[in-house]
Design a binder for this molecule. Structure first.
Ligand SMILES: [Cu+2]
Length: 145
C-alpha cells in the first residue's frame, strides 16, 4: 500500500511535464518506479516514457509570467521559471521595441505601444535577449526543470 502510494506520487510528478526536457532522467525514474509498482502500474511507466520522446502539450495549464517593456528597460529584466512556462511581454513605451534572442531562437519583431507578445519556453536553459533598436536594453530568462 505504501509502495503503491509512493509510485503514484512519482507518476504524478512526472506527469506534470516539467521533466520532459530531460528524457534520460525521466526514463531512469520510470524504470525505478516500475518494479516497485508491480504489474498493475507498469502501464503508467510505459506511457510516461512514450510522452518523453515527443513535445506533447502539458495537461496542466502553463503559468504565464509578464514582463513589461517600460522606460527603455525590461521589467523585471531577469526571471527564473520552469520549462513549459509562457512569458508575455507588454510594450508600455511610446517608442517601438523588440524582444530578440541573442542566439536567434526567438524574435518578437517590432512591438508598438500597448502591443503584447508571448513565447513559450519548452527547454531548460538561459535565454538572453535584447532590443534590436536599443541594444543596451537587455534581459534574461532562465528556464529550470
Ligand atoms: Cu527598444
Amino acid at each position: 500500500m505504501r509502495i503503491l502510494t509512493l509510485s503514484l506520487v512519482v507518476a504524478l510528478a512526472l506527469g506534470t511535464g516539467v521533466a520532459v526536457a530531460q528524457a534520460g532522467s525521466t526514463l531512469a525514474a520510470a524504470q525505478a518506479a516500475s518494479p516497485a509498482a508491480g504489474t498493475g502500474s507498469s502501464g503508467a511507466g510505459v506511457a510516461i516514457v512514450a510522452e518523453a520522446g515527443t513535445p506533447a502539450p502539458s495537461p496542466m495549464p502553463s503559468p504565464v509570467s509578464i514582463i513589461h517593456i517600460k522606460n527603455f528597460a525590461y521589467v523585471p529584466d531577469s526571471v527564473t521559471i520552469p520549462a513549459g512556462s509562457t512569458v508575455k511581454f507588454v510594450e508600455d513605451d511610446a517608442v517601438p521595441h523588440t524582444v530578440t534572442a541573442s542566439d536567434g531562437s526567438f524574435d518578437s519583431g517590432n512591438l508598438n505601444q500597448k502591443q503584447t507578445w508571448t513565447h513559450t519556453f519548452a527547454k531548460v536553459g538561459t535565454y538572453a535577449y535584447y532590443c534590436t533598436y536599443h541594444t543596451y536594453m537587455k534581459g534574461k530568462i532562465v528556464i529550470v526543470p
